[in-house]
Design a protein around this ligand. Structure first.
Ligand code: SF4
Length: 294
């Protein structure tokens, strides 16, 4: 697939301290320029559209307009990354997405920070976040849309990943992803790469390897669970629109310095497809004594 990741808004109902987009929060993205980006994506050959943010469901009318335009432009798959806010409140949005999903693969990717309101709300900085999230997942589970989930591993949830999996299993997610947190500065919720990987490995036998995915963990750290490296299922080409009038074709996180690999990675059989680690984890990774595969 060739994917366009469109940042719909940087406004959000939550205030997660590990939010990757918070530094962009004053950026405004007018609907007309977002629509033009959808058309630019079509001209570039994109067939998958990701709507992310911020919280895109804060603006249901943006979602309906952008996906309607994408449908007429020939896109073949939609993913909306959400904390569930607008889906729990706007029946029309859920109905619209259900209708789209009848003919085109449509996935809602929910951010799940913990298995209890106590943990999720605390990490979200919003006392109603967990209620909205579960209500939204429940509503979407009764539609034709697919459910993806993403949990950023941190000090509050690292000992409860199996509980997160148990919470989500009844909703039959197609992808249950656990991601490495990448914060420039250490905080009280920071955890090491090694501890995060060990916690994810304990999910072997708990979560089906068909749906268990990671982000930010290279193959050499997931011996025996290589199929769970989430990046291996990513679209082959990613375009990015995260600022007004700034369409970036074939955006590669490694080229932009967001990820890092070791010098010895050029001897690894996975080098061509591996995206390495988040740059914030590189020092720890390079001290782990990892040897290239093969
Ligand atoms: S390319 Fe480097 S980081 Fe990736 S799996 Fe191989 S050794 Fe690990």
């Amino acid at each position: 697939m060739h994917c366009l990741n469109l940042k719909v808004t940087y406004d959000c109902t939550n205030h997660c301290s590990f939010c990757f987009s918070s530094y962009m929060k004053h950026t405004v993205l007018p609907l007309d320029s977002l629509k033009e980006a959808v058309l630019q994506g079509q001209r570039n050959g994109c067939n998958e559209l990701v709507l992310s943010g911020g919280e895109p469901t804060l603006y249901p009318e943006y979602i309906t307009e952008l996906i309607s335009l994408a449908v007429t432009s020939g896109y073949k798959k939609y993913i909306i990354q959400t904390n569930g806010y607008g889906l729990s409140r706007c029946e029309e949005l859920v109905s619209f997405l259900d209708h789209v999903a009848e003919s085109t693969e449509t996935c809602l990717s929910f951010s799940v920070h913990g298995h209890t309101a106590d943990i999720h709300d605390d990490l979200s900085g919003n006392p109603n976040a967990f209620r909205s999230l579960i209500d939204a997942i429940d509503k979407v589970s009764k539609t034709h849309c697919k459910i993806y989930t993403n949990t950023v591993v941190n000090a509050r949830n690292i000992s409860h990943l199996n509980d997160v999996a148990a919470l989500l299993a009844p909703y039959k997610p197609e992808i249950m992803q656990f991601s490495m947190m990448h914060l420039k500065d250490q905080s009280k919720i920071s955890v090491s790469l090694e501890d995060s990987v060990q916690a994810i490995k304990k999910l072997k036998g708990v979560v089906s390897p068909d749906i268990l995915k990671t982000e930010g963990v290279p193959y050499c750290l997931l011996y025996g669970m290589e199929t769970c490296v989430g990046e291996s299922a990513w679209p082959t080409v990613l375009d990015l629109y995260n600022k007004d009038n700034d369409y970036r074709s074939d955006f590669k996180q490694l080229d932009y310095g967001m990820r890092s690999k070791m010098e010895s990675c050029n001897k690894c059989i996975m080098n061509k497809i591996c995206m390495g680690v988040w740059k914030e984890h590189f020092e720890e990774f390079s001290n782990m004594g990892i040897h290239p595969i093969g």
